[in-house]
Ligand binder design. Structure first.
Ligand code: PGA
Length: 254
């Protein structure tokens, strides 16, 4: 599986700042042919991403979507709007949206279905709210995935990306989860997802306080198929460095 390394800018960077970020990053990552890179800017910057990233090694997408195709939903953005802007990925169910907007698994299922209908890849975030025993975390995560993926056809799951994002490891002041535990959790999620997808592999990437120090340790863990970077990647050079992380076993990386 090709490693998948991306960033969500959350509610950061204006369209002008997005342009400058792309100008800084593109020459630094142009040679990276053995992995998939992506950026999820705010809605207002997606057209800049389309202008600047078409034909480059970086794909782009959105941080949220409304489940309906269109209509009287003031302030919302639909999947056809995102597809028309060339989005390849749409993030769904980030903990900040679940927390700040009360998003429920039922709503997330409808969003996933909308993204699939429009030929894009849903990037579903799941995570435990507080640190807990690995087995308990896995049980909770699988229950969440089970609810969010209810009714999604096994064949469609091959387009899904799952981001394991422990809530307690996200944001200012937090530290990333321990790579060995992340690996254990990813392998459990991957086995469950593969079963559900009739034997096809579904990538599981990790997000939560990823920085350059921990990136190679995370990517060296079997089961960690990629990284989803937040605040550290607002600096374009940081993103480029993480994007270029050597991939291989811990021994090879050292
Ligand atoms: P962070 O965000 O890297 O700033 O912790 C990660 C995320 O929310 O995906």
């Amino acid at each position: 599986m090709r490693p998948l390394i991306g960033t969500s800018w959350k509610m950061n960077l204006t369209a002008s700042e997005a342009d400058a970020w792309f100008t800084a990053v593109l020459p630094l990552v142009a040679h990276l042919a053995d992995r998939d890179l992506f950026v999820l800017p705010p809605f207002t910057d997606i057209w800049v991403a389309r202008e600047r990233l078409q034909g480059t090694v970086i794909g782009w997408g959105a941080q949220d979507v409304h489940p309906a195709e269109g209509g009287a939903h003031t302030g919302d953005i639909s999947a056809p709007m995102l597809a028309d802007l060339g989005c390849r990925y749409v993030e769904i169910g980030h903990s900040e949206r679940r927390r700040d907007h009360g998003e429920t698994p039922d709503l997330l299922t409808a969003k996933i279905a909308a993204v699939l209908r429009w030929g894009m890849r849903p990037l579903l975030c799941t995570g435990e709210p507080a640190p807990m025993d690995t087995d308990d975390a896995v049980r909770l995560l699988l229950a969440d995935l089970d609810r969010c993926l209810a009714g999604i056809a096994p064949a469609d799951l091959t387009r899904l990306v799952v981001a394991y994002e422990p809530w307690w490891a996200i944001g200012d002041g937090a530290v990333a989860a321990v790579p060995e535990q992340v690996g254990t959790i990813h392998r459990s999620l991957a086995a469950w997802l593969e079963d559900r997808a009739n034997g096809q592999a579904v990538p599981v990437i990790y997000g939560g306080s990823v920085d350059l120090d921990i990136a190679s340790r995370l990517l060296a863990e079997p089961g960690v198929d990629g990284l989803f970077v937040g605040r550290y990647a607002l600096d374009p050079v940081n993103f480029a460095r993480i994007a270029a992380t050597p991939i291989g076993s811990a021994e090879e990386v050292r």
